[in-house]
Write a protein that binds this ligand. Structure first.
Ligand SMILES: C[S@@+](CC[C@H](N)C(=O)[O-])C[C@H]1O[C@@H](n2cnc3c(N)ncnc32)[C@H](O)[C@@H]1O
Length: 201
């Protein structure tokens, strides 16, 4: 069954935000886990993939020492909602409208200390695209930079199994993309947050 949701439609974007707040009350604990993972780093350059309404961006900008923040999403409607949600913090964010299914999405973005992504990697629309997405994310990371990847994993109730890797395949995908020291940071609501490190040069 194909995904029918298109976040480039403004009303779809708004509905997703409201429904997700109610359906997934555990998400703030993922924001906390992302922040904890970056709390020991200073002057962090962050790229977020599928940044949506800017909820994770707000948490990271408030709680971490962020030098720069690039929010990449293919939906201008989501970027508009994020700018509204971030208020004055939006001036510290570079909003990039780009489709991460295009192989050239990393071109010209520069280098980062952390690439973060929450509940968005499945939007590549098939789990076979996960390793290539993560491998491209590694291209924009400095040596010893980290990827923080959180998304749902397969359960018997999963509605779109083609999009959703098994839980044990999530860390394997990070390893196949070339990351080392892959570690689980949080697991709740059939969603896991993993950290992978770009090997030293
Ligand atoms: C389920 S929402 C998650 C938003 C945000 N990460 C969060 O958890 O609050 C998925 C996001 O990915 C974006 N997205 C979907 N397909 C994309 C693509 N091919 N390239 C870039 N962004 C995409 C959507 O516009 C949406 O903002």
């Amino acid at each position: 069954m194909p995904i029918r949701v298109d976040f480039r439609d403004p009303s779809t974007a708004l509905t997703w935000i409201e429904e997700t707040r109610i359906k997934r009350p555990y998400r703030p604990r993922f924001f906390t886990a992302f922040c904890a993972a970056l709390s020991r780093r200073s002057s962090v350059r962050i790229l977020e993939l599928g940044s949506g309404p800017g909820l994770l961006a707000r948490a990271l900008l408030v709680h971490c020492d962020v030098r720069s923040y690039v929010a990449l999403d293919f939906s201008p409607a989501m970027h508009a909602l994020a700018a509204e949600h971030l208020g004055p913090l939006a001036s510290r964010v570079d909003f990039v409208t780009r489709d991460f299914r295009e192989p050239a999405w990393p071109d010209g973005l520069g280098l980062f200390d952390a690439v973060v992504t929450l509940q968005a990697a499945h939007e590549t629309r098939h789990k076979r695209h996960l390793v290539p997405l993560l491998a491209r994310a590694r291209l924009v990371l400095d040596p010893c930079g980290v990827v923080l990847y959180a998304d749902h994993y397969l359960t018997p109730e999963t509605k779109l199994p083609a999009l959703t890797p098994a839980r044990e395949d999530q860390p394997l995908a990070l390893a196949q993309a070339g990351f080392v020291d892959v570690e689980l940071l949080h697991d709740e609501g059939n969603m896991a947050l993993w950290r992978g490190t770009n090997p030293p040069a």
